[in-house]
Design a protein around this ligand. Structure first.
Ligand code: SF4
Length: 391
């Protein structure tokens, strides 16, 4: 999901965890202990029982991003599953602060969201916060963030959503859908709560203090549009929890159902960080990276391998700390293939050079196809706009 990034990057809310690591909506530092992070945030872990319930609803299928524990925690996911079981309506919601640097990590929650849409045939609301990007980031004009919103939407459409299920909201164009809800949300949030949660100070512009109400408003929009209680499920990375904790806190006082969330770990940086970083372009694979650039980044990636081929054959590598393995795991839905990479690495039967080449081929095929589908989406983008479907 989009990150509401405060220009000063101050961080009073969220979760700072001593010396070892820090996770906030704006930054991830250090080696993340995901179990401890879930405890600190007060979110639930996805249990075997949750997975069984999900399986029962999908005819035995569970998406590999959940199966492999990449999505691992939640707030209220169980309630959504129970609701699905009893035939109640619900919807999906996530979004993005539009920018020109869309990378593979941004697509991962959308891939899972696509699976939910396909399995449950539910509506999906996607918010592009061109207002937020303009308000909190220096160097962007509103025209530019609006243009980027439509550009980023192409990648979403390229994943195969159909216009009867995906409804795209571009904040500055579609504010009429959100404003009445946002005003109600804003009245429930004190300035001190917003400053505390989002790290704002007296030097921020006043738009930055109102913006969280726009983001929370989408969580309540389906209930208004469908004239009946329609909670949303929000698949996103765990660093976005402070937003939706706030949304859940105020929902019932506004007679809306609490939004539920499904939280992922972070896609690691190729250069060894726990999360890809915009400040280090070599840590991420961007959708506009050509084959040469993708190959260069992957071949230079940090690995869990041994210093020499001979040692690798003798001792094996460590896929558990290896971003190359994690990319294989997140981009392949074939369990046997992923297991073989893991076991061959451990057993010294796979060298890092070969493994990186396999990843390069996987990523190159994915990105070339993705770019082609983005081109085709250009003619269709208006069909996905919320204003075309909901008057
Ligand atoms: Fe990583 Fe592959 Fe090398 Fe194993 S063989 S350490 S998974 S790059």
């Amino acid at each position: 999901m989009k990150a509401f990034i405060h220009p000063n990057k101050t961080r009073p809310g969220g979760c700072h965890l001593g010396q070892e690591y820090a996770v906030t909506p704006w930054e991830v530092k250090g080696k993340v202990d995901y179990l401890r992070l879930a405890r600190e945030f007060g979110v639930q872990l996805i249990t075997d029982e949750d997975v069984s319930l999900l399986k029962g609803l999908t005819g035995g299928d569970v998406h590999y991003l959940i199966r492999r524990g990449f999505f691992y925690a939640h707030r209220g996911f169980r309630e959504i599953l129970e609701r699905a079981r009893s035939g109640g309506s619900w919807a999906l919601y996530n979004g993005r602060g539009p920018s020109g640097d869309l990378h593979i990590g941004h697509l991962v929650p959308w891939i899972l969201t696509k699976w939910f849409v396909d399995k449950f045939n539910v509506h999906y609301f996607f918010e592009l916060t061109d207002d937020e990007k303009f308000l909190v980031r220096d160097g962007y004009t509103l025209e530019e963030t609006n243009r980027l919103a439509y550009d980023n939407a192409l990648s979403l459409i390229a994943l195969g959503f159909t216009p009867d299920r995906l409804h795209i909201i571009v904040d500055t164009d579609d504010v009429a859908y959100l404003y009445k809800i946002a005003v109600k949300v804003a009245k429930k949030l004190t300035l001190s709560t917003v400053k505390n949660t989002f790290g704002l100070t007296d030097s921020n512009n006043i738009g930055a203090t109102f913006f969280p109400a726009m983001e929370i408003a989408v969580a309540f929009l389906p209930t208004e549009l469908f004239n009946g209680e329609t909670p949303v499920l929000i698949p996103t990375a765990i660093d976005q929890d402070p937003y939706f904790r706030l949304a859940r806190d105020i929902a019932e006082s506004l007679n809306y159902p609490k939004p539920a969330t499904l939280y992922s770990k972070f896609l690691p940086g190729l250069t060894g960080e726990d999360k890809m970083s915009a400040s280090n372009p070599d840590s991420a694979l961007y959708i506009n990276d050509d084959d040469k650039e993708v190959r260069r980044k992957i071949m230079n990636a940090f690995t869990g391998g041994q210093p020499t081929a001979e040692l690798q054959r003798r001792l094996g590598g460590n896929p558990d700390i290896c971003p190359v393995y994690k990319y294989h795991m997140l981009l392949s839905d074939n369990d046997d293939e992923v297991r073989k990479i893991y076991e061959d690495c451990r057993g010294g039967r796979l060298l890092c050079g070969e493994c990186k080449l396999m990843l390069y081929e996987r990523v190159s095929a994915f990105l070339n196809k993705h770019r082609e589908l983005r081109e085709r989406a250009k003619d269709k983008i208006n069909e996905y706009k919320i204003s075309v479907k909901f008057k």
